[in-house]
Design a protein around this ligand. Structure first.
Ligand code: 7RM
Length: 653
C-alpha cells in the first residue's frame, strides 16, 4: 500500500434480522436470495441491467447497445434507446390504476391535496404545454425554485415530458446561490412560487428570483409563478406570469416526447468542500432504471404502500425518492411542505398518523433532532401503519439507530441505512430489508449490480476492518454523466484520484470506509475531513459516535486543529441534551468516555460546547467551517449553503 488511508477504531457488534413475516412478503426474501442475485449481477452487470430495463420500463424503441464504456469515464447506457421518464411515471399506469393516489400532499398549515395518477398526468401534460407555449424546447435548461408543493413535482415531470433539462434549486437557498446556479446552467426560464410555508411563517420565494435576475448575469427571460401563499408579489410585465393564468390558455393533450436514453434529464448542483458548486448531470434512461429498481427493492414497494421520503425536491433524495422512483413504480408518494417546529414538534408523526404512512425515509440529523424533542411526541401518535424505515445523508450513529428502531419502529420495522450521493443517482449500499440483517451504523452491502469496494490509493482492496476509500469498480445506469460544462472537473474529481487499474477506471466517492468481517460497509465520513493524529488517520464518524453514545450529548462534530507535536489535535464541538449544562467536569467526563469507547488515540484535546452546529440545508455538518474556527482562522470559501448564519456567529463567540 503506497500510503495509509484511514484507520478504523470503533466496533459495533449488534445484529438485527428482519422478522419472518416481513421476509415472507418481501421482493427479496432471504440472504441467500440476495447473494445469488448479487453474484449473478456481479458476473455480468451489463446483462443484469439490460434484462431489468426490458421488463421494468417502457421503451418507444429498443437500444442497440446496453453500455458504451469505450471512452471512460464517460458512460452511455441504452445507446439509441428511446424512452420518456414522464411516460414511465404516469401514462403507463393510467389504465391499470388511474384512480390510485400518486401524490398525497400535506401543506404545513394542515391543508392537503391528493392527486391520482390520472389527475397528475393531466396537470403534467397541461404544464408541459405551458412550457412549450413559453418557447421551452428540448435541451433547454429550466430553473425550478419552489416550496414542497405538488406544482414542484408537476414542473419536474413536465420538463422530463418534453426533454427540457430541469435544475431544481432548493427553496431555502439565497438569491445569490440561485443566481450562481442559473448562470452556470444558462437557464432562460425559472419556475417559482410566491412563497411557501416553513415553521409557521411564509418564506417568500419570488423576491429571491427577482434579486437573482436583477444584476443581468443570468439569461432568464421568463418567470412562471405558482400561487401558494397569496402574499403580494411584484410581477414584471412581459417576464413574469402566473402559473394558473398560463395553464388556462392551453389544453392538456401532450404526448410524451420520444427522447434518447442519453438525453440530459437534469442538472443538480452539489457543493464541493472547495470551489464553486458542481452541476451534476443525469440522463434519461439509465437514471430512470436506477431510481426505479432501487426504490422497488430497497423500499420493498407493495401495491398499498404509502411511501414518505421527507427530503425536499431540491436534493437528489427528493428527485429519486419523492418523485421519480415512487411514481415510476406506480406507488403513492407523500409530499410534506413543512417541518417539525416549536408549535408542533410532532408534525412528522401527525403526517404518518393522518395518511397511514407505511414506509418512512428520513435523515439522521432529523432523527437526532426528534430524540432531543423527547419521546412523548411520537408516543402520543398512532404509528402502527409503519412497516419499514430508512435513513440517508450521513452515517447514522448507533445511538440514533437504536432510538429509531425502538421508539419509531417499535422493534418491528427493518431499517434501511442507505449510502449514496447526488452523483450516484440512487442508493448504492443498503440492506434489502427482507434479506439482509442490519447492524446499527452500517449501510451493510451493495445493491445488486453495484461493484462497490474499499480500496487504497492504488485501487487494491484493503483487508477486512482496515479503512480505505469507498470506490465503485463498474459503471451503473444511475451514475452521473459529467459535471455540467466541465468534463475535466468530472474526470479529475471522481475518476483520477485513484489510479486506473489495468486501464480500468474506478469511481471515487470521496468517502472513507471499512468493510467488516462479513463484508458490511461502515462509512467513516468524507476523506476531506480525516484527522491526522500522530500519524494515525482517523475518520470523523467513529469519534462523533463515541461522543453521542454519552447520555449528555445530543450531537457532536470533530475536526483536526494543527498541533506542533501530533500533527493534529482533535477538537470536538458538542451540543447537549436539554437536561445537561456545560461544565469542566462534563468536559473531563466526555474525554474519558471517548477514551473508554475507542482508546487514548481518539482523546479530544479540546471540547467546545455549542448551542447548534453549522449544517448545510440538507443537514450535513460543515466541518470545513469548524476546522477554521478551531484553528482560530477566518472562515473562508463558500458559505452560501449554510442553513443558519447565526450559528457561526455564536460559535465564533
Ligand atoms: C443522498 C445524499 C452524499 C454524501 C456521501 C456521504 C454522505 C449519504 C450516507 C452517507 C454514511 C449513509 N447525497 N452519506 N448517505 N454517509 N451513511 N447512509 O446524501 O450528495 O447530498 O451527499 O453524504 O458522505 O458521500 S449527497
Amino acid at each position: 500500500m503506497s500510503q495509509p488511508t484511514i484507520e478504523s477504531i470503533l466496533q459495533e457488534n449488534r445484529t438485527f434480522a428482519p422478522s419472518a413475516e416481513f421476509s415472507a412478503q418481501a421482493a427479496v426474501k432471504s440472504f441467500d436470495e440476495y447473494k445469488a442475485l448479487y453474484d449473478r449481477a456481479a458476473a455480468d452487470p451489463v446483462a443484469f441491467w439490460e434484462a431489468l430495463a426490458k421488463t421494468e420500463l417502457h421503451w418507444f424503441k429498443p437500444w442497440t447497445q446496453a453500455l458504451d464504456w469505450s471512452n471512460p469515464p464517460f458512460a452511455k447506457w441504452f445507446v439509441n434507446g428511446k424512452t420518456n421518464l414522464s411516460y414511465n411515471c404516469l401514462d403507463r399506469h393510467l389504465e391499470s390504476q388511474g384512480d390510485k393516489p400518486a401524490i398525497i400532499w400535506e401543506g404545513e398549515p394542515g391543508d392537503s391535496v391528493t392527486l391520482t395518477y390520472r389527475e397528475l398526468h393531466q396537470q403534467v401534460c397541461q404544464f408541459a404545454n405551458v412550457l412549450k407555449k413559453m418557447g421551452v424546447q428540448k435541451g433547454d435548461r429550466v430553473g425550478i425554485y419552489m416550496p414542497m408543493i405538488p406544482e414542484a413535482a408537476v414542473a419536474m415531470l413536465a420538463c422530463a415530458r418534453i426533454g427540457a433539462v430541469h435544475g431544481v434549486v432548493f427553496g431555502g437557498f439565497s438569491a445569490e446561490a440561485l443566481r450562481d446556479r442559473l448562470v452556470d446552467a444558462a437557464a432562460k426560464v425559472v419556475i417559482t412560487a410566491d412563497g411557501g410555508w416553513r415553521k409557521d411563517a411564509i418564506v417568500p420565494l419570488k423576491p429571491a428570483v427577482d434579486a437573482a435576475i436583477a444584476n443581468g448575469q443570468t439569461q432568464v427571460t421568463t418567470v412562471i409563478v405558482a400561487k401558494r401563499t397569496a402574499q403580494e408579489v411584484t410581477m414584471v410585465e412581459g417576464r413574469d406570469h402566473w402559473w394558473h393564468d398560463l395553464a388556462a390558455t392551453v389544453n392538456s393533450d401532450c404526448p410524451a416526447a420520444e427522447l434518447d436514453a442519453e438525453d440530459n434529464l437534469f442538472v443538480l448542483y452539489t457543493s464541493g468542500s472547495t470551489g464553486k458548486p458542481k452541476g451534476v448531470v443525469h440522463t434519461t434512461g439509465g437514471y430512470n432504471l436506477y431510481a426505479h429498481m432501487t426504490c422497488k427493492w430497497i423500499f420493498d414497494l407493495q401495491a398499498n404502500d404509502v411511501f414518505w421520503c421527507t427530503a425536499d425536491v431540491g436534493w437528489i433524495t427528493g428527485h429519486s425518492y419523492v418523485v421519480y422512483g415512487p411514481l415510476s413504480n406506480g406507488a403513492t408518494s407523500v409530499m410534506y411542505e413543512g417541518a417539525p417546529r416549536p408549535s408542533n414538534p410532532g408534525a412528522f408523526w401527525d403526517v404518518i398518523d393522518k395518511h397511514k404512512v407505511s414506509i418512512f425515509y428520513t435523515a439522521p440529523t432529523a432523527i437526532r433532532a426528534f430524540i432531543k424533542m423527547g419521546d412523548d411526541h411520537p408516543k402520543s401518535r398512532d404509528l402502527s401503519s409503519l412497516r419499514l424505515l430508512g435513513t440517508v445523508g450521513e452515517p447514522i450513529n448507533p445511538e440514533a439507530w437504536m432510538w429509531y428502531h425502538t421508539v419509531i419502529g417499535k422493534e418491528r420495522c427493518p431499517i434501511v441505512d442507505t449510502w449514496w450521493q447526488t452523483e450516484t443517482g440512487g442508493i448504492m449500499i443498503t440492506p434489502l430489508p427482507g434479506a439482509i440483517p442490519t447492524k446499527p451504523g452500517s449501510a451493510t452491502l451493495p445493491f445488486p449490480g453495484i461493484l462497490a469496494d474499499v480500496v487504497d490509493m492504488d485501487g487494491n482492496s484493503v483487508p477486512a476492518n482496515e479503512g480505505g476509500y469507498l470506490a465503485v469498480r463498474h459503471p451503473w445506469p444511475g451514475m452521473m454523466r459529467t459535471v455540467y460544462g466541465d468534463d475535466d472537473r468530472f474526470r479529475k474529481t471522481y475518476w483520477e484520484h485513484i489510479a486506473p487499474v489495468d486501464g480500468k477506471y474506478l469511481y471515487f466517492a470521496g468517502d472513507g470506509a471499512r468493510r467488516d468481517e462479513d463484508g458490511y460497509f461502515w462509512v467513516m465520513g468524507r476523506v476531506d475531513d480525516v484527522i491526522n493524529v500522530a500519524g494515525h488517520r482517523l475518520g470523523t464518524m467513529e469519534i462523533e459516535s463515541a461522543l453521542v453514545s454519552h447520555p449528555a450529548v445530543a450531537e457532536a462534530a470533530v475536526v483536526g486543529k494543527p498541533d506542533d507535536l501530533k500533527g493534529e489535535e482533535i477538537v470536538a464541538f458538542v451540543t447537549l441534551e436539554g437536561t445537561y449544562t456545560a461544565s469542566d467536569e462534563l468536559m473531563k467526563e466526555l474525554k474519558k468516555h471517548v477514551v473508554g469507547e475507542i482508546g487514548a488515540i481518539a482523546r479530544p484535546g479540546e471540547i467546545r460546547f455549542a448551542d447548534a452546529l453549522p449544517k448545510t440545508r440538507s443537514g450535513k455538518i460543515m466541518r470545513r467551517l469548524l476546522r477554521a474556527l478551531a484553528a482560530g482562522q477566518e472562515v473562508s470559501g463558500d458559505t452560501s449553503t449554510l442553513e443558519d448564519m447565526s450559528v457561526l456567529e455564536k460559535l465564533r463567540g
